[in-house]
Every structure is written in structure tokens, then in C-alpha cells.
Ligand binder design. Structure first.
Ligand SMILES: [Ca+2]
Length: 441
């Protein structure tokens, strides 16, 4: 067996004290090792004390959320995890704690989202309306001009940025942002051509509107407007309930939904409600509150998290045509203390695979697929606003459990995986830093 001495000592003598020991899926060289029996990892204990979700305030207090109690998996959970994650033998690995080193790279102003260009530079949106181009080698921060006018305020401003899957040939990027019309607001998504200049800047041309929240409503919260492409070039958009509750169940509007479109904004004919026509045709799932993270796993499954009200943050497996229950059910309660029936009372609604009370206030998410952190593969990494943490979730098939929580000391707005497998974070707010996470060795 290819065990380091430390791993061997832990596994043989000190397992109960070595909660960073876990088991990695086999490689070609591990086939002679013994297979271990499959077992489900027990769910970590979760305190179900209701708590207001301060992350959704325009200026949220940073330290009012008590830490969730079980930061680490107990040794028994780690022991039971052996054998999960696939067939074949396992190799024990010791992870340092924390398992990464965090290096600040540049400081930005209210950064919200980021996307890597093929040349290794990084596009970063700032909530105030600027699209930045960060040269990670030099630390230079340039500006991309031509971004449409953005309505800034509350939770709204310039939002997500992603590349078209064929960006290398078509230079198309997609942006989400907030548009104001009189006293009402809504998120829009545009496609644009990115023209980079010889320096560290560029501009946008051929800006085309792809989608918009309908209707625009009052207030500047719960826009969500996270974007993702899947492997078949479909565009996914999270659309929050705009703090209006009932629209999440109304198929005549696209608030409180997850949307699936073609890359030109047209509606795919195989969408679940396509036959209903109108706005319903855009909808993939309904009953969402404020989903600020969306990611595909290696099997092509779509996962999205969303902020609960007072308690009940959720990680959901997004399944075609399903209803996720908001505002009829939630594992949290209204901010004024009014109870909301739990998911368990209405099994016709899709229940979260993992949920949090006290809240973590999730924003941004990746499901790690890189080579730099071998032991991270397949795990989700979720940014925490109120929790000021990076929350790591481990999957067992379609089950999900918080596995580790790394305190970052700042609200984390966005998580991305870089081309070399490093994990990149954006801190929230004025002076938010871009952080690069690499193995500590
Ligand atoms: Ca729900």
C-alpha cells in the first residue's frame, strides 16, 4: 500500500484523533490494494435553531451568525466514509489543515463574479458596474469598456460573467446585471463580443439582450442572476423571487425559477413546460428563493444552492420540471418568526440534499475537477457570506453532506476553479480581495 508513514500511523493507531484522514478513489496503481466495504457517511449533526439571514441585508453585519457547531467530520464519519465514492480499493491520504494556502492577488471594489479567459487572464465583475481584466502574472487590473448601464443598489448591480463554450473562436461572453425602469427593477442577461486590446483592456460590442426577469418589480433584492453553460451549450440562469414570495410558484412569471435557454436566448423545445408557451417555456424548475450558486458535477448533474429565510439555506439537486417548494415549504422560518412548514411535510416538493440552520448564506459554487488538489475532486466548494467561510460539501451519489468548513475571516462572494486547478475566491464588499488557494506544501 502506498501509505505515508503519517497516514499509516493515523490509520493504525490514532484514527479517532485524525479527522483529516480520508480515502481517495483508486488510481491505476492502486489496484492491488484491498477494497473496503461501502458504507454511507452519516449526516453531520446540524443545529436547527432559527436565525435571521444577515447576508441578505444590503449592508450585512459580518459577525452575527454563530458558527455551525460541527466544523469537522467526527472520526466515526471519516471511518464510515471509507469505501464511498466509487468502486475499488482506496488509498488513505492525510490532508493538511487547512488543506490550502491563501494568497491575496489583487484588491477590487465590490467584486461579484469572475471568469478565466483562455490566455490565463481573469474577467471580474464589480457590482458598481465595472468589468475588470486582471493580469494574474503582473497584478495589473484593466477595464473593459462598453458595459451597459447598470442599476446599482441593494443587492443589485453588475452580476455574473461567463464565457460562451466556444469563446476561443467566437469571443462571446455573457453578463447579467440589473436594469431599472422607473421605480422597478429586474435582472437582464446580455451576450456581447469581447475585444481585447494590446494592453490590459478592451471593449464590448455586438451587445444583444438574451433574457430578462419578467415582470420588473419594486425593491433591489433576490435577483440571483447566476449563469452557467452546460456541455450541450445550453445557458442556465438562476432567477430569484425578488423578495415577493408567491411569484416562485407562478408559471406566468420567471421569478423564483431556474431558466434553461439556447445560447442565443431562444427557448429549447425540450424544456419541461415548453408546451405551455410564453414565459413558462423558459422554466426548468420552480419554487426557488435566492439561488446564488449553480454548478454541474462530473456526471452532468446540476446543483444549485439558495438562501433560506431565517434558517433553511439549501443545496438542491436540480431535476427537470421539479418544484422546490418556496414559499410553501422551507426548513427555515420567516424573519418575523412566522413558521413555514418544513420540506418534510410536503413530499411533493423536492427537498434539499443538504441544508443549513444557522445559515451559511451561500454565494458562488464550484464542483472541483482539477488536478492540483487531488483530494478535492468531486467535492463542492461554496462561498459563505454571513458564515465568512468556504464550505466544502462531499457527495455520495445524489446525497450531499457538509464535510469541512474553512474559516476565511471575510464574506466570500464567489468561487472559481482556475485552469491550473487552483481555487480562486472573491471576498465581498469594498476592498474585496481576489484570493488564490494552492496546496500548502
Ligand atoms: Ca426549497
Amino acid at each position: 500500500m502506498r501509505l505515508s508513514f503519517a497516514a499509516f500511523a493515523c490509520s493504525a493507531l490514532l484514527l479517532t484523533a485524525c479527522d483529516d484522514v480520508f480515502v481517495e478513489p483508486p488510481t491505476e496503481n492502486d489496484k492491488t490494494e484491498n477494497a473496503e466495504s461501502a458504507a454511507s457517511a452519516p449526516r453531520l449533526a446540524v443545529s436547527h435553531r432559527p436565525l435571521a439571514n444577515p447576508a441578505e441585508a444590503t449592508v450585512a453585519p459580518a459577525t452575527t451568525t454563530p458558527p455551525r457547531i460541527p466544523v469537522r467530520a467526527p472520526a466515526s464519519a471519516v471511518a464510515a466514509e471509507r469505501g464511498t465514492g466509487g468502486r475499488g480499493p482506496r488509498r488513505q491520504v492525510i490532508e493538511p489543515d487547512p488543506p490550502f494556502r491563501s494568497t491575496p492577488v489583487v484588491t477590487l471594489n465590490e467584486p461579484w463574479a469572475m471568469a478565466f479567459l483562455p490566455d490565463g487572464r481573469l474577467l471580474v465583475t464589480e457590482k458598481g458596474g465595472a468589468l475588470r481584466l486582471v493580469n494574474l502574472a503582473t497584478g495589473q487590473v484593466g477595464t473593459i469598456s462598453g458595459v451597459p448601464t447598470v442599476a446599482v443598489g441593494g443587492q443589485g448591480g453588475l452580476g455574473d460573467v461567463i464565457l460562451h463554450p466556444q469563446y476561443a473562436s467566437n469571443r462571446r461572453i455573457y453578463l447579467s446585471y440589473i436594469e431599472q425602469s422607473g421605480a422597478i427593477y429586474g435582472a437582464v442577461v446580455v451576450r456581447a463580443r469581447l475585444n481585447l486590446d494590446a494592453g490590459n483592456g478592451g471593449n464590448l460590442t455586438e451587445i444583444t439582450r438574451i433574457w430578462e426577469q419578467a415582470p420588473k418589480v419594486s425593491g433591489q433584492g433576490h435577483f440571483s442572476h447566476r449563469l452557467a453553460f452546460d456541455s450541450s451549450r445550453k445557458l442556465w440562469i438562476t432567477s430569484g423571487d425578488r423578495q415577493k414570495f408567491e411569484p416562485a410558484q407562478d408559471m406566468g412569471v420567471n421569478l423564483g425559477k431556474i431558466i434553461r435557454l439556447n445560447d442565443d436566448g431562444s427557448v429549447p423545445s425540450d424544456n419541461p413546460f415548453f408546451a405551455q408557451g410564453g414565459i413558462a417555456a423558459q422554466v426548468w424548475t420552480l419554487g426557488h428563493r435566492n439561488p446564488l450558486g449553480i454548478a454541474f458535477d462530473a456526471e452532468g448533474r446540476l446543483w444549485s444552492h439558495e438562501m433560506g429565510p431565517a434558517g433553511g439555506d439549501e443545496l438542491n439537486l436540480i431535476l427537470r420540471g421539479r418544484n422546490y417548494g418556496w414559499p410553501i415549504v422551507s426548513n427555515g422560518n420567516h424573519y418575523d418568526g412566522t413558521p413555514i412548514p418544513n420540506h418534510s411535510t410536503r413530499p411533493e416538493f423536492e427537498a434539499p440534499k443538504e441544508w443549513w440552520t444557522p445559515v451559511i448564506a451561500p454565494s458562488g459554487m464550484i464542483i472541483y475537477s482539477g488536478n492540483l488538489f487531488r483530494t478535492f475532486r468531486g467535492d463542492a466548494f461554496i462561498g459563505g457570506l454571513a458564515s465568512q467561510a468556504l464550505v466544502r460539501v462531499r457527495f455520495n451519489g445524489t446525497q450531499a453532506t457538509e464535510y469541512r468548513r474553512y474559516s476565511m475571516g471575510k464574506r466570500i462572494r464567489e468561487v472559481e476553479q482556475g485552469p491550473d486547478g487552483a481555487i480562486w475566491l472573491l471576498e465581498d464588499g469594498a476592498g474585496g480581495r481576489l484570493l488564490r488557494l494552492t496546496p500548502p506544501g
